[in-house]
Design a protein around this ligand. Structure first.
Ligand SMILES: O=C[C@H](O)COP(=O)(O)O
Length: 262
């Protein structure tokens, strides 16, 4: 079984217009030497309106950086005002799409059923979903985090085959650690990421479980990536705030690749 290549994905959220996106991608791509891209996969996930500009830059300069979107419609086309479909994202060369981010769940009422439909839409168009899940603070404090994560996974993956699950990137993001500066300890993050892999093994087999990448997200920075990625079941990070500063993000990627810093 080939070792799992770490993935560092920068979720820009609602930041950067298309001109700022070009500048940020250029800074990241040119400050991270090529050799690092062999050790760590690096992706950026800009707002929809930036994707065409990022695609042009990546294709034109043959950058090794991948890119994707932050959301996908469960529908292929039609009267769904404001939505962006899988075929549209595939046409833009999106490699990844975030599905089920806690901000979508919280501010847009997305539930596990919709998350399930969005995961299916992504796979249908060969876009790798980064499937996010995680507990809020009250659940963590009551000790119910593992149970909740298992439920989110079970419902999100309803009806999937092992072959489909093998194509998904999992991202454990405890809501209380997102944008708060309060990172889960590496052992807490490892506990949940190991439980994710165990659940995948139980339902979809050991081969699938040893193939899938499980990321951690929530206040990841260059100062804590080393400890997180050293954990057995953590295969990278979904990075919010720290992905908006080229120097910090580059440093974080280099550390995930095992260094040294460029
Ligand atoms: O998608 C990324 C996560 O929500 C983490 O965001 P953060 O690194 O700003 O805490």
């Amino acid at each position: 079984m080939a070792p799992r290549q770490p993935l560092i994905a920068g979720n820009w959220k609602m930041n950067c217009n298309h001109l700022e996106a070009i500048a940020l991608v250029q800074k990241i791509a040119f400050s991270l030497p090529e050799k690092y891209f062999a050790k760590v996969e690096v992706a950026v996930l800009p707002p929809f309106v930036d994707i065409r500009s990022v695609q042009t830059l990546v294709d034109g300069d043959k950058l090794l950086l991948k890119y994707g979107a932050q959301d996908i419609s469960p529908h292929d086309k039609g009267a769904y005002t404001g939505e962006v479909s899988g075929p549209m994202l595939a046409k833009l060369g999106c490699h990844y799409v975030v599905v089920g981010h806690s901000e979508r769940r919280e501010y847009h009422g997305e539930d596990d059923k919709l998350v399930n439909a969005k995961l299916k839409a992504a796979l249908k168009y060969e876009i790798t979903p980064i499937f996010c899940f995680g507990e809020k603070l009250d659940v963590r404090e009551a000790g119910g985090h593992l149970e909740l994560v298992k439920q989110q996974l079970t419902d999100g993956l309803a009806g999937f085959t092992a072959e489909q699950v093998a194509k998904i990137v999992f991202a454990y993001e405890p809501v209380w650690a997102i944008g708060t500066g309060r990172t889960a300890s590496s052992s807490d993050a490892q506990e949940v990421c190991a439980a994710v892999r165990a659940l995948v093994a139980e339902k979809y087999g050991e081969d699938t479980a040893s193939t899938v990448r499980v990321l951690y997200g929530g206040s990841v920075k260059s100062s804590n990536i080393g400890e997180l990625i050293a954990q057995k079941d953590i295969d990278g990070a979904l990075v919010g705030g720290a992905s908006l500063e080229a120097d910090e993000f580059t440093k974080l990627c280099a550390l995930a690749a095992g260094g040294p810093l460029p």
